[in-house]
Structures are given as structure tokens and as C-alpha cells.
Design a protein around this ligand. Structure first.
Ligand SMILES: *[C@@H]1O[C@H](CO)[C@@H](O)[C@H](O)[C@H]1NC(C)=O
Ligand SMILES: *[C@@H]1O[C@H](CO)[C@@H](O)[C@H](O)[C@H]1NC(C)=O
Ligand SMILES: *[C@@H]1O[C@H](CO)[C@@H](O)[C@H](O)[C@H]1NC(C)=O
Ligand SMILES: *[C@@H]1O[C@H](CO)[C@@H](O)[C@H](O)[C@H]1NC(C)=O
Ligand SMILES: *[C@@H]1O[C@H](CO)[C@@H](O)[C@H](O)[C@H]1NC(C)=O
Ligand SMILES: *[C@@H]1O[C@H](CO)[C@@H](O)[C@H](O)[C@H]1NC(C)=O
Length: 396
């Protein structure tokens, strides 16, 4: 099971101070939380601002208003990534390559992303290569928990914790992940509009043009979780550089489906069939009973589509970062506590309130958790809350 993860993760895990068994024992786990909603207290960092992205504007100009506000926060995180790259390759050659060669190496990125990233680079005055790297990063390092649940009336709810920032440095002053903390001020809710009408809504990080969490009011909701595999995203990126450009970036396919998809069934078909650059899990919910599934993807094909079947007692689907037919990494079992807390909640009582309780229970909530999102397709609701996980709390 360890082999499924990259060797670098094993090295990393071995070097982390937290004891291996900690995740299975208090104080790093806790009884299912209750009455945490509306969010307050030490695990709630604060609200997330809304911005409108006008799709009628040319791609180069769309992100301007947002990036004027968030440019300085983006610079902070890009600097952390640069410092890390320079720590690996002290000559500075790696960053020199990123700044001057990455764009050529990758070749032209598909529309509208190329122009959007150029626009972001221009407004923030950050080199295009670094904006592109920032965008590639999410293809490789998102560790998350996603849940779709159906209540007794056949009404669907979709929740997710966005966990991000592993590997990228630990702040020993206050026991936090550096990048996880730096992402909090970049977290935004986006209302993508055409002709002044909402096309879809999403929760994302300013500077990122793909989408990992979002929904189309009335139609469907979608989240993306990272899937680790030896035949992973690195190979896909390499193939892309070598000229094999028939696969889609995963954050881009999710954006495409949210922006131009017209139904749950169509979204499911695209997410199942399109060749993608990195393995992934797509968690897709629809607008009516039974429409919820987890699609486990290889780069070339779908390995499994696991669907809700409330009449068979399967009233929720849960996805973390492991194939459902395999054990989780023993150091990182967020799946069992998520299911256990959903079981305790019962289908009668599932709601935004109780979904937030589940996503607030350690280790489902952990030091990598940047935000928690709750979506209700039918009611057109999307709520995102910034999170903290004060000590004692596990690192992931
Ligand atoms: C930890 O310290 C960093 C750097 O000073 C700060 O940005 C971050 O907000 C702190 N996080 C918490 C949870 O206190
Ligand atoms: C959108 O609304 C603004 C302000 O209400 C208006 O000026 C603009 O013409 C509208 N745009 C479209 C494409 O309808
Ligand atoms: C959605 O479709 C429009 C019209 O065909 C196209 O211009 C746009 O680039 C598409 N969006 C994405 C994210 O591919
Ligand atoms: C649910 O989605 C389908 C397309 O998948 C659409 O035809 C239907 O109108 C939607 N229902 C509601 C109530 O919006
Ligand atoms: C949750 O309930 C299902 C159905 O009763 C059961 O199969 C599963 O083992 C339970 N999971 C946990 C973690 O309690
Ligand atoms: C469901 O919610 C009701 C009302 O809040 C509560 O009385 C009941 O105990 C809950 N059931 C479970 C299984 O938690």
C-alpha cells in the first residue's frame, strides 16, 4: 500500500515528528463533533470573500479585479515555492529555468488558460513561469476529503475539506504548514457569469485558473481529489512537454465541465472518458435522488464508478485519497472516521449542519485543511469556511 505513494512521501513521513500511531489515538482523533455549525470557535478561521469573474471579458482581463486585491498574497506563496526550489537546487538554476524556459517547454497551453495566466502574470508582476508552476502544483498535491450524501427526501448535499500544503515546509513557531497558512488569504468564492447571469460558482485560490471545488446551480456539483499513483501526474506532465498533448490537465477538465457542462449525465460521461494528465478522483453530484458518484481515474481510463443507492442503504459516498477497494495508508485514515461519523449522524439527520460536524472532526479536519465547503445544488447554496486546527492536531 505504501508503494502506491511516491517514495518521496515515505521519506517525508519518516521524517515527521508525529508518531505513526498518533492518528488512531486521542488527542489526535476525537469523538464525532456536534453542534459546530454555524461555524465558530478555534477551528473556524473566518469567512471567504466573493468575487465575480466575467466570462464575457477576454480571458486576459477576467482576473484583473481579483488579482489587484490578491496579488500581494500570491507573491508571498510564490516566494515560498521559489525558496523551496532554490533550497533543492541552490544555484538558482531551477528557478531560472522556471522563469525563462517553462513556458517554452510546456508549449502553448489551451484556451482560455494561456491568456488567463498571462493576464494574472501581468497584473501581479509575477513571472509567467511561476504562475504556471503555481497552477501545476495543484495537479500534484491536493489531499482532500469529499462527501456526497442524500437525505430521506432524496435531497443531495456535497461537502469537502480542501487539504493542501504537505511537503512544503513546517512552521515550528506555531505548528502549522507554511503553504497551508499562506493559502488561507488566497481563498476566494467565485461567481462565474455570462451576460450577468451565474454560470457556475466555485471555491478556489486566487491565481489558479483550474477548478477543484464548484457547482452549477440546479444541475450538478463537482470536487476533485488527488489520487496518488506510481504512474502519476509527473509522467503526464513529462509527456506533455515531450509533445504528447492529447490529455487534459485535471484542474482544467473540472473547470470545463463546470463552465460548459449541461447535465449530471453529460458531466459524468466527460469525466469518465476524457484522457487526463494525472490520476484523480472526481466526486460528482446531481440534482436528484441517486445522482452521486465517485469516479476513480487512471490517466487513460475510468477504473471504477461508485454510485449512491439510497434504497440499498448506500445514502452517502466518501472519497479521500485512496481507492475505495484498498486500505488507506495506515498513517492517513480519514475515510473510517468520516464514515463512522456519517453512520452516527444517520440519513434522517443529514444536513449542512451535520455535514459540517463530520468535516470538523479530527483527523478529517487536520493541519492541512485550508477550507471546508458545503454545496446544495437544488437550493443553489455554496458556503465555504476557512479552518484552523489548533494543537493537539495531526499534521495531515
Ligand atoms: C502561524 O504563523 C504564520 C507566520 O507567522 C502565520 O501566517 C499564520 O497565520 C499562523 N497560523 C496560526 C494558525 O496561528
Ligand atoms: C450587466 O449589468 C451591468 C450593470 O447592471 C450592465 O451595465 C451591463 O450592460 C450588463 N451586461 C450584460 C452583458 O448584460
Ligand atoms: C466553454 O465554451 C466556450 C464557447 O465554446 C469557449 O469559448 C470556452 O473556452 C469554454 N470554456 C472552457 C473552460 O473550456
Ligand atoms: C436536473 O438536471 C436535469 C439535467 O440533468 C435538468 O434537465 C433538470 O431540469 C434539472 N432539474 C431541476 C429541478 O433543475
Ligand atoms: C457504516 O455503516 C455501514 C452500513 O451499515 C457499514 O457497512 C460500515 O461498516 C459502517 N462504517 C463505519 C466506519 O462505521
Ligand atoms: C436527529 O436529530 C434530532 C433532532 O435534532 C435528535 O433528537 C435525534 O437524536 C437525532 N438522531 C440521531 C441519531 O442523532
Amino acid at each position: 500500500m505504501l508503494l502506491d505513494r511516491d517514495p518521496i512521501i515515505c521519506v517525508f513521513l519518516a521524517s515527521v515528528v508525529v508518531c505513526a500511531m498518533a492518528q488512531h489515538a486521542p488527542p489526535w482523533t476525537e469523538d464525532c463533533r456536534k453542534s459546530t455549525y454555524p461555524p465558530s470557535g478555534p477551528t473556524y478561521r473566518g469567512p471567504v470573500p466573493w468575487y465575480t469573474i466575467n466570462l464575457d471579458l477576454p480571458p486576459y482581463k477576467r482576473w484583473q479585479e481579483l488579482m489587484i486585491d490578491k496579488g500581494s498574497s500570491l507573491k508571498v506563496i510564490v516566494k515560498s515555492m521559489t525558496d523551496m526550489a532554490n533550497a533543492f537546487v541552490p544555484s538558482g538554476k531551477l528557478m531560472e529555468m522556471v522563469d525563462h524556459k517553462l513556458h517554452d517547454l510546456l508549449g502553448k497551453l489551451p484556451a482560455p488558460y494561456e491568456e488567463e495566466m498571462k493576464g494574472i502574470a501581468a497584473v501581479t508582476d509575477i513571472p509567467l513561469g511561476e504562475i504556471i508552476s503555481f497552477n501545476i502544483f495543484y495537479e500534484l498535491f491536493t489531499i482532500c476529503t469529499s462527501v456526497i450524501a442524500e437525505d430521506k427526501k432524496g435531497h443531495l448535499l456535497h461537502g469537502r475539506n480542501m487539504d493542501f500544503g504537505i511537503f512544503l515546509g513546517w512552521n515550528i513557531n506555531n505548528n502549522t504548514w507554511i503553504v497551508t497558512e499562506e493559502l488561507k488569504p488566497l481563498t476566494v468564492n467565485l461567481d462565474f457569469q455570462r451576460s450577468n447571469k451565474t454560470v457556475f460558482k466555485a471555491s478556489s485560490f486566487a491565481g489558479y485558473v483550474g477548478m477543484l471545488t464548484g457547482f452549477k446551480p440546479g444541475l450538478f456539483s463537482l470536487t476533485l481529489n488527488e489520487r496518488f499513483s506510481l504512474n502519476g501526474g509527473y509522467i503526464g506532465v513529462l509527456e506533455w512537454m515531450l509533445g504528447k498533448k492529447d490529455a487534459m490537465w485535471i484542474g482544467f477538465i473540472t473547470r470545463l465541465v463546470l463552465e460548459n457542462g449541461t447535465s449530471y449525465e453529460e458531466a459524468k460521461s466527460i469525466l469518465t472518458k476524457t484522457k487526463i494528465l494525472a490520476p484523480a478522483y472526481f466526486i460528482l453530484g446531481g440534482n436528484s435522488s441517486g445522482e452521486g458518484c465517485v469516479i476513480t481515474r487512471d490517466r487513460k481510463q475510468s477504473l471504477d464508478v461508485y454510485e449512491l443507492e439510497a434504497d440499498q442503504g448506500r445514502w452517502y459516498v466518501v472519497q479521500t485519497n485512496y481507492d475505495r477497494w484498498k486500505n488507506t495508508l495506515f498513517l492517513d485514515d480519514r475515510r473510517t472516521p468520516t464514515k463512522m461519523c456519517l453512520n452516527r449522524t444517520t440519513q434522517e439527520n443529514i444536513s449542512f449542519e451535520t455535514m459540517y460536524d463530520v468535516l470538523s472532526t479530527k483527523p478529517v479536519l487536520n493541519k492541512l485543511t485550508v477550507f471546508t465547503t458545503l454545496m446544495d445544488v437544488k437550493k443553489g447554496r455554496l458556503e465555504t469556511y476557512l479552518r484552523d486546527c489548533p494543537d493537539p492536531c495531526i499534521g495531515w
